[in-house]
Ligand binder design. Structure first.
Ligand code: 5AD
Ligand code: SF4
Length: 516
């Protein structure tokens, strides 16, 4: 083995090892939901008694067909005071809002103060260790409360529940319900079972292909903005990433299904929709009927009352010219913003991450998008300190950030995830160096964001008014390119599009004045 620059282990043997990692279920296996037990699906339980649902001691539950059809009322849930905490990404926020919508339909109420709640739900994230630690810490604290107040209920849902469900049930036996990513549409029915005296923790983890929230309208944080999940799961296998194992293979919803949900949202007062998919560019491919993202955008565009459409997350290998053409054609509603994570600027790292593209491809995509529409801005995700990352590799990330001039970025320190292919690679960049690289990349982004924002001063921005700003008496909104902007105006403008002249800028936001 050789030592690369900065004392970081870098060996071609490791590169080879990456290609030979065994035990990763194939996409075909995942697609069929027949993932053979391996360390990669640890926690994605395949109980032997019942393929659908199984408690930790093997007690068996079957889904309630009437409840599944939405035809059963839930007197035990009516009046329950719920406090719901969401960790992680927008996809989790959408799931939380839908589960809240389901519970709302059954008569539950919602409280801001967890101390007032009868039911505390945590929607969890497994992408980085830190997110999991926060949930475990909270569970430790909740143990005392449950002792004092045994009727108080605790539910753990989402990615950690899917990945670590059995472990959570064993380590925190006072939890009432553990519910994985593909069972969320059955949340009220499962809660009902708990209330009816089912043995707890009730663990509901399934490999069923899809989640069907039916006609439920999300109970949203914002009246005017809504998330709308169009694909679940991911067919990519980036070596560091746990998502394919917590959310399963990619499953798309039909265009009709998405359009109907969008119409319900607009009827409910929504003016801007954010479409969600792990790799949104491959939306529809699994339906095998020529469905794709640009057809979906064309189908959503005519909805009266829908003012803005956004979509995340794009993948550099999959982002297509047709999308840029559609964004240009429908630019009155489809906003010029692409969240396309590079993860690294170094080809060597991209290969180790199995991202499926090189730096040059990333730059080509950016160029093609901007050629169609110069207004398009990019947002990036970056991982620093991935296995084997040398100073030279890191410099490539710095230079890619400079070259693209992202509007904003999310920078993460690499965190080894159990069950991912990269778990077998050494986590060999010392924590201090990860921190330093994190700070350097973040500082560079801050500088670029501040420069780009300052260049907007004097210009007129079309702004969707989100509501009163957190501090003070001003309004907050988003420009077409998703920049935050603060300005004075009446709250009655919420959900409207107004014109605002930018008067000042920082790296994070603009200040402005409303104009005609
Ligand atoms: N460690 C650090 N960051 C990660 N991400 C995904 N997996 C990991 C990991 N193991 C980051 C990627 C992704 C974002 C959602 O989280 O940048 O785009
Ligand atoms: Fe994870 Fe890669 Fe899929 Fe994104 S594309 S969710 S990083 S596996």
């Amino acid at each position: 083995m050789e030592l690369g620059a900065g004392g970081v282990l870098c060996s071609s043997m490791l590169e080879d090892a990456l290609n030979k990692i065994e035990g990763v279920p194939s996409l075909a296996q995942l697609a069929q939901g027949i993932v053979a037990p391996s360390e990669h699906d640890r926690g994605i339980e395949a109980p032997d008694k019942n393929p659908d649902l199984c408690g930790p001691d093997g007690n068996v539950y079957t889904p309630d067909p009437l409840a599944q059809m939405g035809k059963r009322t839930h007197p035990l849930i009516a009046g329950t005071k719920v406090h719901l905490i969401t960790f992680g990404c927008q996809m989790n926020k959408y799931d939380s809002e839908m589960v809240a919508g389901l519970l709302n339909e059954k008569g539950a109420g919602f409280v801001d103060d967890p101390a007032q709640a009868d039911l505390l739900i945590m929607n969890t994230c497994s992408v980085r260790g830190h997110a999991e630690d926060r949930v475990y810490n909270r569970l430790h604290v909740l143990k005392e409360r449950k002792k004092q107040q045994p009727e108080f209920m605790i539910a753990v849902m989402g990615c950690m529940a899917q990945k670590e469900g059995e472990h959570i049930a064993k380590k925190f036996p006072f939890v009432d319900l553990v519910i994985g990513t593909r069972m969320l549409d059955e949340f009220p029915q499962l809660m009902e079972r708990v209330r009816e005296g089912a043995r707890t923790p009730l663990v509901a983890i399934d490999v069923k292909p899809d989640v069907k929230f039916g006609e439920t309208v999300a109970r949203r944080e914002s009246k005017h903005l809504a998330y709308l999940t169009v694909t679940r799961g991911c067919n990519k296998r980036c070596t560091y990433c746990v998502v394919p194992y917590t959310r399963g293979p990619e499953v798309s919803r039909s265009i009709d299904d998405v359009v109907n949900e969008a119409k319900r949202l607009v009827d409910d007062g929504v003016s801007e929709i954010m479409l969600l998919g792990q790799t949104i560019d491959t939306y529809g491919y699994d339906l095998n009927n020529d469905t794709n993202l640009w057809k979906l955008l064309n189908a959503l565009h005519p909805i009266g009352g829908l003012k803005r459409i956004r979509f995340i997350t794009s993948h550099p290998e999959e982002c297509r010219e047709e999308l840029f053409a559609t964004m240009a054609d429908l630019s009155d509603k489809v906003m010029p913003f692409i969240h396309m994570p590079p993860q690294s600027g170094s080809d060597r790292m991209l290969r180790r991450m199995k991202r499926g593209y090189k730096r040059a491809r990333y730059l080509e995509v950016v160029e093609a998008a901007r050629k169609r529409n110069a207004e398009i801005e990019f947002c990036g995700d970056w991982i620093v300190g991935f296995s084997g990352e040398t100073d030279e590799d890191f410099k490539e990330s710095l230079s890619l950030m400079e070259e693209v001039r992202f509007q904003n970025s999310y920078v993460f320190k690499y965190s080894v995830r159990e069950g991912t292919p990269a778990q077998k690679l050494p986590d060999d960049v010392p924590e201090e160096l990860k921190k330093e690289r994190h700070a350097r990349l973040s500082e560079l982004q801050e500088k670029i964001s501040a420069e780009k924002n300052r260049a907007r001063i004097g210009g007129i921005e079309e702004v969707m008014v989100e509501g009163p700003s957190k501090h003070g008496d001003r309004l907050t909104g988003r420009t077409r390119s998703h920049r935050l902007i603060h300005f004075a105006g009446p709250v009655s403008l919420q959900g409207q599009i107004v014109r605002v002249k930018a008067t000042a800028a920082t790296a994070l936001s603009l200040q402005g004045e409303m104009t005609e």
